[in-house]
Design a protein around this ligand. Sequence first.
Ligand code: ZN
Length: 476
Amino acid sequence: MKKMDLGFVAMRAWLVLVLSTLALLSGCVTTQQTAAVPKNIIILFGDGAAATQWELGRYTSQALRGTPFAITDVVFKQGALGVLTVHSADSFVTDSAAAATAMSTGYKTNNGMAGMRPDGTRARTVMEAAKAQGKRIGLVTTATVYDASPAAFAAHVKSRREAQTIVDQFYELEPDVVLGGGRDYFLPKGTGAGRRADGKDMLAAFAAKGYTVVQDPAALRAATGRRVLGLFDDEDLDFELDRDAAAQPSIAGMAAAAIRILEKDSPNGFVLFIENENIDTAGHRNDAAALIRALWALDEAAQIALDFQKRAPDETLVLVTGDHETGGLSVTYALRELAPASEKNRFYPDDSHLKMVSGIRMSLDHAAKLLGRKPTAEALDKVLAEGFPGFRLDPDLRSAILEGRPLERNVFYVSQGALARMVSRQPGFYWGTMGHTTEPVLVGAMGPGAALFRGYMDNTDLAKILHNLIGKGTDR
Ligand SMILES: [Zn+2]
């Protein structure tokens, strides 16, 4: 009897030990699972940025800015890194609407469509999913706020050109923060640059819903409301290279304001989309100098996001990604002169070549604007002297500009294309096209859930992971 009792006690003690160990283990697992779900998600989006562009950001930062490039040196290096394929439903070459739709809804769609499947039915976006979970949401871009990428993250249109409809859908969805350009589709025709056909003043309509409406950087910094609509240009915001800091905020300034506004009484957290469209636009113009500054500008926004994340590392997931590569950028060794094709005539780009590019004082778009529709030789010489110190315009490029003749069939902007080729020849900054390419894009992730983004995936997988982290999965 006594022996049995002892045995029973021993067995019970053993059971208690096993059970408590199990409880402890499951407790750990539960804690880990809880910790892997982010409260906040900040998506830094380089439109037109693939590995080529991020690398340009990294080595130019090191050589010219004297600081590390946080996107590669912190997020990619210390976080998880994935690679995403980018084809759309109807082409190997995606546009921004189809790419962002895949990344926001988990569905491939046709180029030009945003937040919709190819058959025209609506697909749930990341921002709708976040809103349904009680999260606060924000859209920040250097493009018009109704541009393809923010549209695909929060709206549903058959054509990305349906600007007025996209604005109306934002009005219904009520994102807590909307910052960027595109005042034209918030105002009726006849009022300023207004282009709305229905006569509505959407600035007034948003204000009536409780939004603080701001139109310059100082007002954005001072904005204290829970909801802010900030429109800083009638159309796209300027390249960082051309930006007037009194008229338009930097993307870092917009990021800081958005985070400050969104984190206010947000028990369920927030999802914030921050896009630098000017990386894509610089690629479309083959504008190396504007591209470098646009990359640094997004990097400053990434640093703001990382600083916020540091305050509570278990709460915020920071993602850096892009939708496709733009321009077929190819920084390469090349011949100094067209002949001879010998190694002696060959140069490899070094810091001096980077310095030459960073010495450019205006974007190619700004130069083209100064040249006008019918450039004269005098205007061209003036633009070259003012904007492009140290560069030599070869006769073939000069005549292309003066005659308005594109250099190739994938050159859509004549003056920019010829000036870009001038910038190619001395420092070795060549481009393959003025459109998008098929290069896969990268996604870097830091914070809770980051490990899920590791590996070679489709761009629709990014949406599936995001929707799972937010709460319910995609509507597939
Ligand atoms: Zn583009």
